[in-house]
Design a protein around this ligand. Structure first.
Ligand SMILES: *Cc1c(COP(=O)(O)O)cnc(C)c1O
Length: 408
């Protein structure tokens, strides 16, 4: 048997069945109409935001990275919980606007912004995190044509990365941001052009669980911001410190020590150099805010044996949960937290492979996991499905189509 990832806190059983927000999953599936279904818990999202608010220094604003989960009810919930939104495309701009979010709270990072996306963002008053000198030129040209003062920040490609990060986004050659040594010259040029100078965006990595590594990166980020602001020779209005807080997906993963991260960041903010004294700071988080709040539910359609191995075949799969199948940036496949939702908490009776319904051996939700005996019709839950599930999986593959989603 291979271990399964840790089930996040906050889930209970009612009559031997997984319950989310106090409701049995069978009732949620009935309300949604069918499986596969993503269920996101508003209570768990609220609780996570509250934990962050109490652990982080007051001076640090909280932004939501929309790409983690752009489901409209989630955006609407977030609108009342976080301070800002980070988008990565014109499509996400349309999503946040449709959710009624004020574009003045939005910043837009991402390489390869097209002119039409720059124009929509500038016209709406979104802050652009510029990813190159040529993007800066295009943005300034578009703003001049529109007759508006663009809100411009520079995304810095830092010369360090977040240690232990699941996804490295800084250090060395990267398609993201502008190499640190070229930033001051561009910042001066943007200010001279009369733009509304918004400062720096420094994102060094993602999915880290080690508080010391996160704190170390934040300290380096503050040092870099101070150095670049000095070299620019202008006050720094805003600095996005990136994010990087991860969630436990796999066996042995432990949650980030949030209190330690907050305390270490607080200490650093007490000792800021003069050039950063007036700077407003934020961190931007995706999965840490919503990842553990979501559960992906699918139903067992077949139970079969092959060469002595048991297969529980579901109506879900990697087309909705690419990351759980091990095909979204993982090197060695390990099991996500997976359970038989309709027999939640029951004793382990057998070893099974839980697979999806796609004709590919990649479509595996749990490899040789230990489960109570499950039959056709039982519901399977894949946890940690609140981020990079529905929005980051190839739903059109094999004509399957998207899963249902609900916020409860
Ligand atoms: C993806 C991304 C995030 C969110 O990352 P999480 O690991 O979900 O917190 C934040 N900022 C930028 C620039 C990103 O590309």
């Amino acid at each position: 048997m291979k271990p399964l990832g840790p089930i996040p806190p906050g889930f209970t059983a009612i009559d031997g069945e997984l319950a989310i927000a106090g409701r049995k999953v069978s009732a949620l599936v009935e309300e949604a109409g069918d499986t596969p279904l993503f269920v996101y818990s508003a209570a768990l999202i609220r609780a996570r935001v509250a934990q962050l608010r109490s652990a982080l220094p007051r001076r640090v604003a909280l932004h939501y990275a929309v790409k983690a989960n752009p489901y409209r009810p989630v955006l609407e919930l977030m609108a009342g919980l976080v301070d800002g939104f980070d988008i990565a495309s014109g499509g996400e701009l349309a999503m946040v606007r449709a959710a009624g979010i004020d574009p003045a709270r939005v910043s837009f990072a991402g390489p390869g912004k097209r002119d039409a996306e720059l124009e929509a963002a500038i016209a709406a008053g979104v802050t652009l995190n510029l990813e190159s000198e040529s993007e800066a030129d295009r943005a300034l040209g578009i703003a001049e044509r529109l007759g508006v003062k663009p809100r411009l920040a520079i995304r810095v490609n830092p010369d360090f990365d977040l240690k232990g990060s699941g996804m490295k986004m800084g250090g060395g050659a990267k398609p993201f941001g502008i190499d640190a040594e070229r930033v001051p010259a561009l910042a001066r040029r943007i200010i001279a052009a009369g733009a509304d100078w918004r400062g720096f965006h420094i994102f060094a990595g993602s999915q880290a669980l080690d508080a010391a590594a996160i704190a170390d990166t934040q300290a380096q980020t503050l040092d870099l911001a101070a150095r670049l602001a000095e070299q620019t020779g202008a006050a720094l209005p805003h600095c996005n410190l990136g994010g990087g807080l991860g969630i436990p997906y796999f066996p042995g993963d432990v949650p980030v020590d949030l209190a330690a991260v907050g305390a270490m960041l607080g200490e650093r903010l007490e000792q800021l150099p003069a050039v950063l004294e007036e700077t407003a700071f934020c961190i931007e988080l995706g999965r840490y805010l919503v990842g553990e709040s979501g559960v992906y539910l699918c139903r067992i359609v077949d139970r079969k044996l092959s060469h002595g191995e048991l297969y529980l075949i579901t109506d879900g799969g990697l087309h909705h949960q690419l990351a759980a199948s091990g095909n979204f940036g993982t090197v060695v496949r390990r099991n996500y937290p997976v359970a038989i939702a309709s027999r939640f908490g029951a004793e382990v009776e057998e070893e099974a492979n839980v697979v999806g319904c796609l004709c590919t051996p990649l479509d595996r939700l749990a490899d040789k996991g230990g489960f109570p005996r499950a039959e056709v019709g039982d519901l399977v839950a894949v946890f940690c499905a609140g981020a990079y599930g529905a929005s980051a999986s190839p739903a059109a593959f094999l004509g399957q189509g998207p899963a249902r989603e609900m916020l409860v």
